[in-house]
Ligand binder design. Structure first.
Ligand code: FCB
Length: 461
């Protein structure tokens, strides 16, 4: 790694930031957000099909029925990745395509799609990174209790084994879950995401069963010979703006340590257990569960978007996705934000990566998502998304600084390759480095994609 200042005539140059040899550059997507083909080739309904078709749940009634039509256009999309020079592509497998009932019969046609996709990636020199669960739970499993029910964890491990059996000869890196906090607390507590339940006790049970599913799946993947096993979490440094510490520590427990500590240390934080005990009790945490959850991990996937700011506020009711946060206020962002209203703060990525390598030194780190939505508008054949370039440049510099400070960061995957179905916001929020005209399905690499291609080519900034 080197750092130097290059001066070019006429413009003030930013310092160079060159990443370590072998640093992995890529982009990420998720099944329900891009695939479409919702009822094709035997795919069953997921909780997101049901939720998006429930009036009032998703902006303008948008659904993932067609999305980016990636199911049919995957070969074009892989060519695009190759044109951008990407070394890695993180995608998720749709459980309802592979096991439409959630448990039981395997749908061979669903597996065939991922088989073709993996072959296409490898033929173009792009390494596939598979995520097994990015929120599209088969609806029949939700009908049986969803993640609030313990059996779902076991069904998830069975499904993981099925996918590995088909793709394990070509895929090295297997991520069990994407963002279990979001799946549990937006899905079962605030109801902003599928399945739309508003039950804090169910959310804590869901969080535990997601972790249990992770552990069981990690065991079965490992037993089947998976080369690398990973878990992806949405992590956010929690900053207390009033100079205190207690509010930040409590929220850090809910958001970050609720998942980090069981997966990487085999125990729940005590401060978190006190909150869980007050919301339905601890009866769902059975003897031996934490040993199952605590599996050796090769990589921790980090999805970073912004830090979280809190302050002490006596009398404040708990914020919906955060049970137990009475007397704490989530402060509105000060300073610049993205089109999501999320604060832009690259320094949060640096501090997060440094903290993770300090507190959990045994696991390698991979940024599995980082990026931003802006209101992009095409200008002929061009999309001038300078704001996204600045966002990515800032975050990559922060990642580089974290490596210099000792973080074991192995790679960076931008969210997202394509504009896509942004959950409750439908198609209104564009995170892609490639613009999609959803009327025609035309793909237009934005300026940020062309900029990123240079970053990848130079292995740095
Ligand atoms: C993450 C999700 C991803 C995408 C980004 C913006 O929480 O994993 O699917 O929606 O946020």
């Amino acid at each position: 790694m080197t750092e130097q200042t290059i001066t070019t005539t006429g413009e003030a140059a930013a310092p160079r930031a060159v990443f370590p040899d072998g640093f992995v550059w890529g982009a990420a997507t998720a099944s329900y957000q891009i695939e479409g083909a919702a009822t094709e080739d035997g795919r069953g309904p997921s909780i997101w099909d049901t939720f998006s078709k429930t009036p009032g749940k998703v902006a303008d009634g948008h659904t993932g029925d067609v999305a980016c039509d990636h199911y049919h256009r995957y070969a074009d999309d892989v060519r695009l990745m190759a044109d951008l020079g990407l070394a890695a592509y993180r995608f998720s497998v749709a459980w309802p395509r592979v096991v439409p009932g959630g448990t039981g019969a395997v749908n061979a046609a669903g597996l065939d799609f991922y088989d073709r996709l993996v072959d296409e990636l490898l033929a173009h020199g792009v390494t596939p990174y598979v995520t097994l669960y990015h929120w599209d739970l088969p609806q029949p499993l939700e009908d049986a209790g969803g993640w609030a029910a313990r059996d779902t964890a076991r069904h998830f491990a069975d499904y993981a084994a099925v996918v590995h059996e088909r793709l394990g000869d070509r895929v090295r890196t297997w991520t069990t879950l994407n963002e279990p906090w979001v799946a549990a607390f937006l899905g079962y507590c605030s109801g902003e995401h599928a399945p739309g339940r508003r039950d804090p006790a169910a959310a804590f049970r869901a969080a535990h069963h997601l972790l249990l599913g992770h552990g069981l799946a990690a065991q079965s993947l490992r037993a089947a010979g998976a080369a690398e096993v990973a878990l992806t979490l949405n992590l956010s440094p929690v900053v207390q703006t009033d100079g205190g510490e207690d509010a930040a520590r409590l929220v850090d427990g809910l958001l970050n340590r609720q998942f980090l500590d069981p997966a990487l240390r085999g125990r729940y934080p005590e401060d978190l257990l006190e909150i869980v005990a007050r919301h339905g009790g601890l009866g769902h945490i059975k003897d031996g569960d934490l040993d199952v959850i605590h599996q050796p991990l090769d990589l921790l996937g980090i999805n970073y978007y912004n830090p979280t700011h809190v302050s002490a506020a006596p009398g404040q009711p708990a914020a919906p996705p955060f049970p137990g946060t009475e007397d704490i206020r989530f402060d509105p962002p000060a300073g610049p934000t993205t089109a999501m209203g999320w604060p832009i703060d690259p320094s949060g990525l640096e501090s997060l990566l440094v903290r993770l390598s300090r507190d959990y030194p045994e696991v390698g780190l991979l940024v599995t998502e980082n990026g931003a939505a802006f209101d992009d508008r095409p200008d002929g054949d061009r999309v001038r998304d300078d704001d996204r370039v600045a966002f990515l440049d800032g975050h990559l510099r922060a990642a580089h600084a974290a490596i210099a400070a000792g973080a074991d960061l192995r790679g960076y995957l931008v969210w997202s390759l394509l504009d896509n179905f942004e959950w409750a916001f439908g198609y209104h929020k564009r995170f892609g480095i490639v613009y999609i005209d959803f009327e025609t399905q035309r793909r237009v690499p934005k300026d940020s994609a062309l900029w990123y291609r240079e970053v990848v080519r130079r292995n740095g900034l």
